[in-house]
Design a protein around this ligand. Structure first.
Ligand SMILES: N[C@@H](CCC[C@H](N)C(=O)O)C(=O)O
Length: 269
């Protein structure tokens, strides 16, 4: 890690269900750190440490423009938990609707009276080209061991349904499938265990980040997968290692709800 960190850079550390973010507010004209600096900032030993870096920039069509970067320096089109944290950063006035421009479109989000934040992540994209997959295939049962379900939530997701999450090598399998040749853009890999007609446990191995305590877009993808498979109906509670999220899908946008919190603010020395 011989990359100098951007001295003086102001940041906030936020988290949603233990999915943690370095938040850089660039609305005052500050430029985005270089890709190598982003990797250094995300490093848990030599930098600040996080699952993703989110930049918040100005937008003409929305309250702000969001970008998401993984610790390996790659950019993602979506990050559900960081999007929910952005609402808190922007004031989080209950009842006010925030419009947030992302690579996946303008998302609408709001803080609820109980402090939770929910966001409409937009409709899942279910075609094999949308995910994307390398070849034509039914996204409801991919031609892989375990016949997982795939969709795009603005980023690529694959969900395996397993009988026993604790008996599944989620990190080993997640790392192996992330780079499977079926996924030309790699993929986020989820492992879901249904625990009832409207509840599941979920672990997500995130593309470019590895094991995380929660993944909002992964929760949306797993919820949509369960509903498409007939395992749940419209709303599902999702328990992840770092906390609980809820997903609602009635055929249009996927609503994601859960906690979003400030941890601390700081300045790079
Ligand atoms: N933690 C996120 C997803 C972050 C991006 C993902 N690793 C990707 O590369 O697509 C979430 O809460 O959705």
């Amino acid at each position: 890690m011989d990359v100098p960190l951007p001295a003086g850079l102001r940041f906030a550390k936020m988290q949603g269900a233990g999915n943690d973010f370095v938040v850089l507010d660039l609305r005052d004209g500050m430029s985005c750190p270089s890709p190598r600096q982003l990797v250094a900032l995300a490093n848990r030993h030599f930098g600040i440490g996080c699952d993703q870096i989110m930049t918040i920039g100005p937008s003409e069509m929305a309250d702000a423009a969001l970008r998401f970067f993984n610790p390996d320096g790659t950019e993602s089109g979506a990050c559900g938990n960081a999007t929910r944290c952005a609402v808190v950063w922007l004031g989080g006035v209950p009842g006010r609707r925030y419009r947030l421009a992302t690579a996946a479109g303008v998302l609408v989000a709001e803080r609820l009276e109980d402090g939770q934040v929910r966001v409409d992540m937009g409709p899942p994209r279910l075609g094999w080209r949308d995910v994307p997959l390398a070849r034509e295939m039914d996204t409801l049962a991919l031609d892989l061991p375990g016949a997982p379900v795939a969709c795009s939530m603005g980023n690529p997701h694959v969900t395996f349904f397993v009988d026993d999450l604790d008996a599944t090598d989620v990190a080993g399998l997640g790392a192996a499938f992330e780079t499977n040749t079926l996924f030309p853009s790699r993929a986020n890999i989820g492992f879901a265990q249904m625990t009832g007609a409207a509840s599941m446990r979920l672990f997500v191995w995130e593309r470019g980040a590895g094991a995380t305590l929660a993944c909002g877009s992964g929760a949306c993808a797993a919820g949509v997968a369960a509903i498409r498979r007939g395992l749940a109906y419209e709303r599902i509670a999702i328990a992840m290692p770092g906390g609980d999220l809820a997903v609602e899908w009635r055929g249009e946008g996927v609503w994601l709800s859960g906690p979003a919190r400030m941890v601390f603010e700081g300045r790079v020395g």
